[in-house]
Design a protein around this ligand. Structure first.
Ligand code: C2E
Ligand code: CA
Ligand code: CA
Ligand code: CA
Length: 281
C-alpha cells in the first residue's frame, strides 16, 4: 500500500508540476510581453440601430507574440487574472485606450459624443485604487469623462452585490458610465439590476446568435430590451452578424448593435480610416 501510495503521489505531483510549470511559463511570457510592448489595442465600432451612426467603440486587447502571431484575449486574460498581472495589463489598457481615443476626438475624427468602452476584469473591479486610477487617467489623457464607459460582466457584480453597488457608485462619481457586459449569462436577479447604478445593458451574443432560428432566444432578447428600456437603460446587442438579426433587433427597438455585420475589431489605423469613411457617407 505504501508503494502504491508513493506511485500515486508521484503521478499526482508530476501532473501538478506540469500545470504549474505551464502556468509559470505563461506568467513569465506575459511579463515579457508587458516589458516589450507586445500588447496592442483593437477597437470594435458600436452602431446606432436608429440612424446607423457610430456611437462608440469597444476596446479589445491583442497580444502580438513574436513567434505565435496574434493571440486573442481568451488565451491569456484568464491566466493574467489568476496571477494578478491583469491589474498591470488593465491599467495599461485603460490609459492607452483613453489616450488614443482622446486624440481621435481632439482631431475631430471621432464624434465628440461617442464613447470608448473598456473591459474591466473582476480583480480590477475590486482593486481599492480603481476610482483614483480612473480619475488619474481622465486627467492625464484629457478625455472627457462622458466619453469613457466601463464594461463589467454580470458575474463580477454578483459576487458580492452590496460591495459591487458601492464600487459602482464610486466609479459613477468620476463621471464615466457603466455597462453590464454579457447580460443574461450570469445569475443576476432582476431585483438587483434595478439597484445597480448602470447606464447600459449589453445583451450577450449567445442570445443574438440563433435569431431567427431559436424562438426562445428571440423572446428573451425582446424581453430584455423591453425591461432595460423600462429601467431607462440603453441596450446594445453583441455579436450581430446577419441582416435578419439586425431587422429583429430594430423591430424590438434595440438601441445599438455591435458585430461583424457592421465591423470586425479594427487596429487604430483601421479605425481612423473607418471613421473618416463613415463621416463622408
Ligand atoms: P467581450 O467583452 O464579450 O467582447 C466581445 C468579443 O466578441 C470580442 O472577442 C469580439 O471580437 C467578439 N465579437 C464581436 N463581434 C462579433 C461577432 O459578430 N461574432 C463573433 N463570433 N464574435 C464577435 P475578443 O476580442 O476575442 O475578446 C474576448 C473577451 O476577452 C472579451 O469578451 C472580454 O471579456 C475579454 N477582453 C478583451 N479585451 C479585454 C481587456 O482589455 N481587458 C479585459 N479584462 N478583458 C478583455
Ligand atoms: Ca465587453
Ligand atoms: Ca460581451
Ligand atoms: Ca459574450
Amino acid at each position: 500500500a505504501k508503494e502504491q501510495g508513493r506511485n500515486n503521489f508521484q503521478f499526482f505531483s508530476e501532473e501538478m508540476n506540469h500545470s504549474i510549470l505551464e502556468h509559470l511559463a505563461i506568467e513569465k511570457e506575459i511579463n515579457e510581453a508587458i516589458e516589450r510592448n507586445q500588447f496592442t489595442l483593437f477597437y470594435q465600432p458600436k452602431i446606432s440601430l436608429f440612424d446607423y451612426r457610430t456611437t462608440g467603440v469597444e476596446t479589445l486587447i491583442r497580444w502580438q507574440h513574436p513567434d505565435k502571431g496574434i493571440i486573442t484575449p481568451d488565451n491569456f486574460i484568464p491566466v493574467a487574472e489568476e496571477t494578478g498581472q491583469i491589474i498591470d495589463i488593465g491599467n495599461w489598457v485603460l490609459e492607452q485606450a483613453c489616450r488614443q481615443i482622446s486624440s481621435l476626438i481632439r482631431k475631430n475624427i471621432m464624434p465628440a459624443d461617442a464613447k470608448v468602452a473598456v473591459n474591466l476584469s473582476a480583480k480590477q473591479f475590486t482593486d481599492p485604487d480603481l476610482a483614483g486610477r480612473i480619475r488619474n487617467v481622465l486627467e492625464i489623457t484629457e478625455i472627457p469623462p462622458r466619453c469613457l464607459e466601463l464594461e463589467i460582466t454580470e458575474s463580477t457584480l454578483m459576487d458580492d452585490v452590496e460591495a459591487a453597488i458601492r464600487i459602482m457608485q464610486e466609479i459613477k462619481s468620476t463621471g464615466v458610465s457603466i455597462a453590464i457586459d454579457d447580460f443574461g449569462t450570469g445569475y443576476s436577479s432582476l431585483s438587483y439590476i434595478k439597484r445597480f447604478p448602470i447606464d447600459v445593458l449589453k445583451v450577450d451574443r449567445s442570445f443574438v446568435m440563433d435569431i431567427p432560428d431559436d424562438k426562445n432566444d428571440m423572446a428573451i432578447t425582446a424581453a430584455v430590451i423591453a425591461m432595460a428600456h423600462k429601467l431607462d437603460l440603453n441596450v446594445v446587442a453583441e455579436g450581430v452578424e446577419t441582416d435578419e438579426q439586425l431587422q429583429y433587433l430594430r423591430l424590438n427597438n434595440c438601441d445599438e448593435g455591435q458585430g461583424y455585420l457592421f465591423s470586425r475589431p479594427l487596429s487604430l489605423g483601421q479605425l481612423h480610416q473607418y471613421l473618416v469613411i463613415s463621416a463622408e457617407r
